[in-house]
Design a protein around this ligand. Structure first.
Ligand SMILES: Cc1cc2nc3c(=O)[nH]c(=O)nc-3n(C[C@H](O)[C@H](O)[C@H](O)COP(=O)(O)OP(=O)(O)OC[C@H]3O[C@@H](n4cnc5c(N)ncnc54)[C@H](O)[C@@H]3O)c2cc1C
Length: 313
């Protein structure tokens, strides 16, 4: 069967497009350069424990995404984690700041991508070029979707300079550092927004998943990430010092790992949720919605999927 829609990117936005198109009976294939679907819902194993090194949680404010989150929650893929994170800094953990309910995934956030990918054809492949036609690395398709951060999409569109300019969008980097300890020795907290230190976020991974494992995860500020993108492991010492200051306890990890995200989050938002060029090239991802990020990615992909179904019928 020939391909109606070729989706490049198996993060949440690409999988949402693919789901919507496949459910409408279109022939869909998904390509991703990663070993597993999920993109920035990334995880790596620390000891035998998978730790979320990308998004640690999601929120849901839009009714359509809320229905998806409710379904994941009913099936045990998500659990309501907390609606209050602490504010923290060099003097330690401060007051709790109330906010929306944050949902975490007992099996890791990547399990949400695995769920969306069920029944879809996902191939491991790095796409090099998308040209007029649309033609993807020499293969002509009815429509192609670039479901990824703008700078990555723009790189593929060098034969389509106007579209490449539209795709381009500033993104900030983050390095995520996970540290496993022999025991939990820190004060009780779920997650903290951190100021005036090299980290901007610190979370108790064992509490987010609900399994109590002695693992902390921190995200650096974009500035600190920018200084260590070439060698992310070099940031670990600085991050551990920041963790000690926030939690006001000595911390000696058994094991650590660092994950670089060159395009972690968009620093500017668009005023629409996707782009579908009449040539059959679609752009979507978390930079294409004003909602919070996992939700933004899903909504962007779902909206583009609906538009493609209309366009290709
Ligand atoms: C450290 C960190 C913390 C975060 N915290 C939160 C949070 O707490 N809450 C929240 O809501 N969101 C959070 N986010 C954001 C959230 O992870 C993203 O908004 C969401 O996962 C983006 O999905 P996406 O589909 O738009 O892009 P991505 O997940 O980036 O997917 C893009 C995919 O495209 C693939 N790809 C790129 N180029 C090519 C190519 N040439 N060929 C083939 N494949 C390609 C990549 O491999 C990737 O799988 C966080 C992100 C990071 C990095």
């Amino acid at each position: 069967m020939s391909t109606d829609v070729l989706v490049v990117g198996a993060g949440l936005s690409g999988l949402a497009v693919a789901r919507r198109c496949a459910d409408a009976g279109l022939a869909v294939r998904v390509l991703d350069r990663g070993r597993r679907p999920g993109g920035r819902l990334g995880a790596r194993a620390l000891d035998e424990h998978e730790v979320d090194l990308g998004a640690p949680y999601c929120t849901a404010s839009d009714d359509r995404f809320r229905a998806v989150v409710d379904d994941w929650t009913a099936r045990g893929l998500l659990r309501p984690w907390t609606d209050a994170f602490r504010l923290a800094g060099p003097d330690g953990l401060g007051e709790a700041k109330p906010g929306p309910m944050r949902y975490a995934a007992p099996g890791g956030m990547r399990s949400l991508a695995d769920d969306l990918a069920t029944g879809l054809v996902v191939e491991r492949r790095t796409v090099e070029r998308v040209g007029p036609g649309p033609v993807v690395d020499g293969e002509r398709v009815r429509a192609v979707v670039l479901a990824m951060p703008g700078p990555q999409a723009a790189r593929l569109l060098d034969e389509e300079p106007a579209l490449a300019r539209t795709a381009q969008q500033p993104y900030a980097p983050v390095i995520a550092v996970a540290a496993r300890f022999a025991a939990r020795t820190w004060p009780e907290f779920d997650g903290a927004f951190v100021s005036d230190l090299p980290i901007s976020w610190l979370a108790d991974d064992g509490r987010s998943r609900g399994d109590g494992s002695p693992v902390l995860v921190a995200h650096t500020t974009p500035e600190v990430a920018g200084d260590h993108l070439e060698a992310p492991d070099g940031v670990v010492g600085e991050v551990l010092d920041a963790m000690r200051r926030v939690l006001s306890v000595p911390l000696e990890p058994v094991e650590t790992l660092a994950q670089r995200w060159t395009f972690a989050r968009p620093t500017e938002q668009r005023d629409r949720t996707f782009l579908l060029d009449p040539s059959g090239v679609g752009l979507c991802g978390d930079g294409w919605s004003e909602k919070s990020r996992v939700e933004a990615a899903w909504l962007s992909g779902d909206d583009l999927g609906a538009a493609l179904v209309g366009h290709l019928r």
